[in-house]
Design a binder for this molecule. Sequence first.
Ligand SMILES: [Zn+2]
Length: 346
Amino acid sequence: MIKRGENVEKRFSRQMLFKQIGQVGQEKLGTAHVVIIGCGALGSAVSETLVRAGVGKLTIADRDYVEPSNLQRQQLFTEQDARDGIPKVIAAEKRLKMIREEVDIVTVLDHVDGPVMEQIAEEADLIMDATDNFETRLLINDMAWKRGIPWVYGACVGSSGTVFPFVPGQSACFRCLLPVLPSVNETCDTSGIIAPAVQITAAHQSAEALKWLTRNENAMRRKVFHFDVWNNTHVEAGISRMRNEVCETCGETPTYPALHRSEGTGYAVLCGRDTVQIIPSASRSLTIAEGEKVAERLGAPYKMTPFFVEFNAEGYRCVLFGNGRLLIHGLKDMKEGRKLYHQLFG
Ligand SMILES: [Zn+2]
């Protein structure tokens, strides 16, 4: 909401002078709720732009904490955040509130699965993709079509980026495009990334967000935009003919499969990160206190924060979050991860 304490006329004067937004558009921004999935490089840039633009409420979801290798491109974070290992959503909230105190921010420090997505995005006006993997994008895509909420795809790696606003009912959906997307998921952890590629991608995403939120749908992109800032190239590709009539998300009888993934103990190797993530089943949820006990038993120094306990086990750096999610860094093998998890926690 735009609240009384905020001098709207002054604060947003340059944006309101832009006639496609004006006072009416500014008021719409003030009552808008945007959900941002991911708070790394794109999430930092998009959230800062939207907070400065006057968006009333942001929900920001991310499962990770700030590390030194993030600082080259994740603009909301500081060396202190990395030293303290602050969760990204917590560090982001603090910084965004310094930029604009009146903004309403909800932080979600969690792995976003079907139930979490349904909970946080139910009343959103728009979902911003700031993730780094196909699985979560399929989840956003299913949620968006189920609720009729647009979402803005954004991906960048190396010196290139891709942006497209998916609007339910107006375009093919992300799932329809899967057959033409590259099967190998190149990530910035394997191919590197330069900050300008992030900023350009985030800027195009934010522009689409402003258009949608201020009811300027007609100005929105109809083609997928892809650029490379190093090779000085860009292309646009139409996707209307890629619509799959029997798509599980946008076809006639949608099932939204990504929203109904099984909820047993989940094991995943985080893409390109040499990290195994373990999400215990609801009936066996680990607590930080249990993590502390295990760390004490192992006898090595460990670190406690309000959000997680970090310890070393078998030479691997383990981080257990308050909601029971465990990360084992330095491991890429799911089987090894599973073994270590059971060794530690039974
Ligand atoms: Zn589809």
